[in-house]
Design a protein around this ligand. Structure first.
Ligand code: ADP
Ligand code: ASP
Ligand code: MG
Length: 395
């Protein structure tokens, strides 16, 4: 009889040193010894992808997208090989595969590609030989065989898509916190660990900056019914199960997005800027409008790319941070948020409403305090979740 299969993904901090990789190997061996086939997805060692991005930027502020993918994919190759060597040394047959070797096919959208198909024949063959299969996260190949990457944080998406196509019992995302919290536990002192979170809430939190799960990973698991769990690679525990299609009423969580830039654009240029932004593949962005100008909010790392083409249409630029309250009625209480934050001398630059959330645009220096104030008022005061000890590890 075929043994159950699980996919385990380990993020950057979890594979951040040879010692950490040893502890990951022990996790994987335990999963195998309890009777599972195991496919492991690894990220680059913590800090490695940033280091590679910086190297590329020293050569060119806006590097060639194809070559950037060749460079960035190297990070995951280092961790997968080290993990495979560790497993072999511990007496367990293992093999590491790049995205291309694992036949992860993507579209041609370099630096932010989407997985189109996975041919599982190579992975199946190795599993049939009782090996632990380690796959490099965050990468695939396009139809001409060029390396592509899936956008920052993309290893989660590699893991969940593999879990879907391999019909895994569970996709386990091991990270440096012990589950999904009501807000980023590194910022919000009273953030509460959730035993479970529904897909609509998790999707909106990931969409608005909660990087604990990559947005396409949540979307894929939701659409394809992949059992998905977020756990700590440092501490034992049940983590957080992501399951359920119905969002709870009220405000369910807060998401924070730092390193955003607000570009003020004259009304007459908005259409052309919007088209150019799309042509450049800058997808995650919002427009907010006041009486005279429109403001384009984009991730700060897209700034240089955008400025290459729209510099003459930017009136001013300002670094900002975004705080999103997630919940179907979150937008109804905008004036109350403003009043509460005024008490802490924080002013909201803009509000952006969405169907299941509202985003407050703030000065970067105000974001942490604002997140704590609103979290305590809308999550703690409502008492919807039991409080637990926080387990957070620094990368
Ligand atoms: P990995 O390298 O394991 O993929 P990430 O850094 O991508 O880890 O994601 C984990 C981090 O996500 C945590 O360390 C935490 O700071 C951040 N985070 C943001 N929002 C949340 C949230 N709601 N719950 C848990 N962690 C969150
Ligand atoms: N190494 C990539 C990054 O740092 C992908 C990932 O970690 O998921 O974004
Ligand atoms: Mg991540």
């Amino acid at each position: 009889m075929k043994r159950p299969l699980i996919v385990q993904k380990f993020g950057g901090t979890s594979v951040g040193s040879v010692e950490r990789i040893h502890s990951v190997a022990e996790h994987v061996i335990r999963a195998k010894q309890t009777g599972n086939q195991v496919v492991v997805v690894v990220s680059a060692m913590s800090g490695e992808t940033n280091r590679l991005v910086e190297l590329a930027k020293q050569v060119d502020k806006v590097p060639n997208v194809r070559e950037l993918d060749v460079l960035l994919s190297a990070g995951e190759q280092i961790s997968m090989a080290l993990l495979s060597m560790t497993l072999s040394k511990l007496g367990h047959a293992a093999i590491s595969l790049t995205g291309g070797q694992a036949r992860i096919m993507t579209n041609n959208n370099h630096n932010n590609a989407t997985i189109s198909h996975i041919d599982t024949s190579v992975i199946d063959e190795h599993l049939a030989q009782d090996k632990i299969v380690i796959v490099a996260g965050f990468q695939g190949i396009n139809e001409v065989g060029d390396i592509t990457t899936l956008g920052r944080g993309g290893s989660d998406t590699t893991a969940v898509t593999l879990a879907g196509v391999l019909n895994a019992q569970e996709c386990q995302i091991f990270t440096d916190v012990d589950g999904v919290y009501s807000c980023d536990p590194r910022v919000v002192k009273n953030a509460q660990k959730l035993d479970s979170i529904d897909f609509p809430t998790m999707h909106e939190m990931a969409h608005k900056g909660a990087k604990v799960l990559h947005l396409p990973c949540v979307a894929y698991a939701w659409q394809n019914h992949v059992p998905l769990r977020v756990l700590s690679s440092f501490d034992a525990g049940e983590g957080t199960l992501v399951a359920g299609k119905e969002a709870k009423p009220g405000i369910c969580g807060l998401a924070i997005q730092k390193q955003v830039v607000s570009l003020r654009i004259c009304e007459e240029h908005v259409d052309v800027v919007d088209k150019q932004k799309q042509m450049l593949g800058v997808e995650e962005s919002h427009w907010v409008t006041d009486s005279t100008y429109s403001h384009l909010l984009v991730k700060a790392d897209c700034r240089d790319k955008l400025k290459l083409v729209i510099e003459d249409k930017i009136v001013t630029e300002q670094d900002v941070s975004l705080l999103t309250l997630v919940g179907s009625n979150a937008a109804e209480q905008a004036s109350q948020y403003q009043q509460l934050l005024n008490l802490s001398d924080i002013s909201v630059l803009h509000f952006c409403e969405d169907t299941h959330s509202i985003t407050l645009v703030l000065e970067p220096g105000a974001i942490d305090k604002a997140a704590n104030v609103l979290h305590d008022n809308y999550i703690i005061a409502s008492g919807s979740v039991e409080r637990e000890e926080k387990q957070v590890h620094l990368g």
